[in-house]
Design a protein around this ligand. Structure first.
Ligand code: ADP
Ligand code: MG
Length: 246
């Protein structure tokens, strides 16, 4: 089986900052032309000069507090956004399990979204249809599968997203904190599925706040804080550093 790999080379990502009225709104109006000009150039750097590699069959954990830049990194790896600087190269089929409902169409039913999403992730329509029953079964959504997904709870969206992603025969799985959502049963089931994919040499980038999960799933880990790499090393070492710091 061909496994996927990822190279992240000196990647930075900045977002435009639209509303940063440091001195208040009155002052903003008073200095309008210069204020508008500075707003136009204001950027927030969510990631700064991050480099790492995911070797074929390896799992890398990304650890860090809220706002550290973890989801930004996964979106870059998924190709949802482009880096502002640096480069990312990937090989193999990537299945992203990103934040809630990413990639789903709210007005389509769960069933329609399964086919749509599976095809977007690289299956043929036929392959998607072949996997359909297994996806519905894994999701545990039962009769709700016929409902438009705008009626789904966040837990249901996570179950659907996870179920589709793990059934698309990925070479690389990107997992963003989904295990923290959903009920205990689904968390356990999805954790087992992730470990099973690891045993089948699926490469992974795994974002989690659970150091226990990071230790169980990952070979190495990166700790990011305020967009900068704070530490890298074996998952056990970095998880311990993070815990003793937090
Ligand atoms: N689309 C966006 N526009 C502007 N700022 C953003 C955007 N997405 C994320 N950010 C900011 O970038 C930083 C990193 O966010 P994120 O990658 O979601 O962090 P994490 O997943 O580690 O909690 C945060 O300060 C967040 O507010
Ligand atoms: Mg996040």
């Amino acid at each position: 089986m061909i496994t996927g790999e990822i190279r992240v080379d000196h990647v930075s990502k900045s977002y435009p900052l639209y509303f940063k009225l440091r001195a208040g709104f009155k002052s903003f109006l008073f200095h309008l032309p210069s204020a508008v000009e500075s707003m136009r150039h204001a950027r927030f750097e969510a990631l700064h000069d991050v480099s790492f590699a995911v070797e074929p069959g390896q799992a890398v954990g990304i650890i860090g507090h809220n706002g550290a830049g973890k989801s930004t990194m996964l979106s870059l790896l998924a190709g949802v956004m482009l880096p502002s600087e640096g480069s990312i190269s990937t090989s193999g089929r990537i299945a992203p399990i990103l934040e809630l409902g990413a990639g789903f169409h709210p007005d389509l039913s769960g069933a329609e979204n399964i086919i749509l999403n599976a095809v977007i992730l690289g299956l043929t329509r036929r392959e998607a249809e072949e996997q359909y029953d297994a996806i519905v079964e894994f999701s545990g959504l039962g009769e709700f599968i016929g409902q438009p997904i705008r009626t789904y709870s966040s837990g249901m969206l996570v179950r659907l997203g996870f179920s589709v992603a793990v059934h698309t025969k990925p070479n690389i799985l990107l997992v963003d904190e989904v295990l923290a959502v959903g009920d205990a049963d689904f968390q356990k089931k999805s954790r087992e599925r992730i470990l099973d994919l690891r045993r089948h040499s699926v490469s992974m980038v795994f974002v989690s706040h659970s150091m226990e999960a990071v230790r169980a799933v990952c070979d190495t880990a990166i700790w990011i804080e305020h967009g900068r790499v704070q530490a890298t090393g074996t998952a056990a070492t970095v998880a311990a550093q993070y815990e003793s710091h937090a």
